[in-house]
Design a protein around this ligand. Structure first.
Ligand code: SF4
Length: 288
């Protein structure tokens, strides 16, 4: 049964939320029923979004629903929440990842963790599914033949590899380059989400169906996933962050697939042109 709060209690809750916000704590989880305002005749029922807005008046906070008065069972804040800049925040996420053994990929022949590379303030981010042999050897995503093609795609958009940020859904090479399994993606992808949340790109391009399905939590064929933008806020992103309200996400073919079926390059170029238009990018001049 919903718990009713009188105005004094609501004010006290709001103050407490601000207190936690100022400590850098934004993530709360819910236990029990959602709270509604007193529903007596003199006091209109306050919807949860209205209550949330009131509680977040001074600073951003993601609060799914306000809960019973022992609501403040607080999740451990992420180390990067207090970071001064995105480069430091990424470093803190990498440190938090450590010599990760969270999923079984750590014991299936990986040489190293492939965290991600690029501009910590990138407006454009590419996300693939996982490292291959070259990436595993070099510790950097998209450095093999598929990486060369991705570099060419980036150049064709009028950018350099150093301008964007590149990462994968899983950070350890699946043996034999198999598709990462669901539990592996679910275990690893929160780190990717945290990377996206600190980089705050304008556009995320999902390279291939595995990346698209994991980022969007949609199970659909590429033919349905491509050709449009999705509004994307990574899990853990702050819905009322004044500096970033999420990215647009586009889906295109994985470069490794394009190497196998070059006839689809034209379709991929259409996807990239959609992104270029949104970002105001132009292809480089022929003699550039
Ligand atoms: S794939 Fe991700 S979660 Fe799994 S061991 Fe590697 S870094 Fe850890």
């Amino acid at each position: 049964m919903p718990i009713a709060l009188n105005p004094n209690m609501r004010r006290a809750l709001a103050e407490r939320m601000r207190f936690y916000n100022e400590l850098g704590i934004y993530d709360f989880y819910q236990r029990g029923e959602a709270v509604v305002a007193e529903s007596d005749s003199a006091s209109p029922v306050v919807s949860q979004p209205e209550l949330r807005e009131e509680m977040a008046a001074r600073k951003s906070a993601v609060v799914a629903t306000v809960v019973e008065d022992n609501i403040f069972a607080v999740l451990t804040p992420k180390p990067e929440h207090g970071a001064a800049d995105p480069a430091t925040a990424l470093k803190l996420i990498r440190e938090d990842l450590g010599d990760c053994t969270r999923c079984k990929l750590h014991q299936q022949g990986r040489k190293q963790i492939v965290f991600g590379v690029g501009n910590p303030r990138a407006e454009l981010m590419f996300v693939g599914e996982g490292p291959g042999a070259d990436e595993d050897a070099q510790g950097e995503p998209f450095v093999g033949r598929a990486g060369q093609l991705l570099n060419n795609m980036i150049k064709a958009m009028g950018l350099q590899r150093e301008d964007v940020y590149i990462a994968n859904v899983v950070k350890c090479r699946p043996p034999g380059n198999r598709t990462p399994e669901r539990d592996e993606c679910e275990t690893c992808s929160p780190f990717l989400m945290r990377q996206i949340a600190v980089i705050k790109p304008k556009v995320v391009v999902a390279l291939g169906a595995v990346a698209a399905k994991n980022l969007l939590a949609i199970n659909a064929p590429m033919s349905e996933l491509r050709g449009r933008f999705y509004d994307f806020l990574p899990a853990g992103g702050r819905t009322n962050d004044p500096s970033w309200s999420g990215a647009r996400l586009a889906v295109t073919y994985h470069p490794a697939f394009l190497l196998r079926d070059p006839r689809q390059k034209g379709e991929a170029w259409k996807d990239l042109q959609m992104v270029m238009k949104y970002l105001g990018l132009r292809p480089p001049k022929a003699d550039a």
